[in-house]
Design a protein around this ligand. Sequence first.
Ligand SMILES: C[S@@+](CC[C@H](N)C(=O)[O-])C[C@H]1O[C@@H](n2cnc3c(N)ncnc32)[C@H](O)[C@@H]1O
Length: 277
Amino acid sequence: MTAVTCTIGDDTQLAGFESIRAWLNERYGIFYPPRKEDLLVHRLSRVLDRYALSSLQELARCIEAAQRPDVILAVLHAASTNHTYFFREPQVLDYFRDRILPQLGELPEIRMWSAAASTGDEAYTAAILACETFGRMEAASRVRILGTDISEPVIATAESGLYSQTHLEQTPTWIVGKYFQASGMGQSAIANDIRRMCMFRRLNLKATSYPFQQHFHVIFCRNILYYFEKVDQALVLESIYDVAEPGGWLLTSVTETVRDLGTRWTAVGGGIYRKLP
Ligand SMILES: C[S@@+](CC[C@H](N)C(=O)[O-])C[C@H]1O[C@@H](n2cnc3c(N)ncnc32)[C@H](O)[C@@H]1O
């Protein structure tokens, strides 16, 4: 297939680009400021190549017509940054393991949500830490973790539970030995009991309010907020608050600032917030 040269040099292309950029922001909260324009053009050019579309204008028309869900999913996947790995940002995870999990120990069911799960590394990390805290059999019977993301391919990877070495570089070797099996082609498979504790679904965080019947004791919303504008950050965090149990916890990245957004969450520490009981 011939690669389509994708630039926004003329007015028609520019109109197509602006329409896609606005659609991503309004519908999904994914915000590309002017300084990241080239990155978005580059990412969209992959979609043009894959679906043999001639221009950003044609892609914009395709999105508007809403008759090609495959193209729309490809744009969402291309526009999102899926970088993640197991045991990311240990300072928040240490608090989760040492201070939060022990407080949840008496509950008959412990519900957690990884709200921008990407390939599932965060959800499975939480499951592993629950196993280390409660014991493997106990955790398997009481801990339920939901992972959601806007991108379909990352959900498929999460469900497969297969990971390349780069996803495990920050994972202690003894954890890899205990919870993963070598699976050929340099990949490692998460253990079946850990996989069964987690389920993955597509969900758009911008589409508030969230359709959950049961609320969560711990919600991970990490390394996603800074792709949203402040107004959407606040909207998402308020909607997450609504589906947290009283006394429930919100864990963000330490570099994401929630304090200035005027939400109902109470700050406990860097990247750690609580819905007061
Ligand atoms: C950088 S990853 C973060 C993964 C993980 N939470 C972590 O901290 O390692 C951000 C994820 O957010 C997802 N995302 C972006 N916009 C979204 C939206 N509107 N709704 C749900 N997920 C979204 C992306 O597809 C991507 O997988």
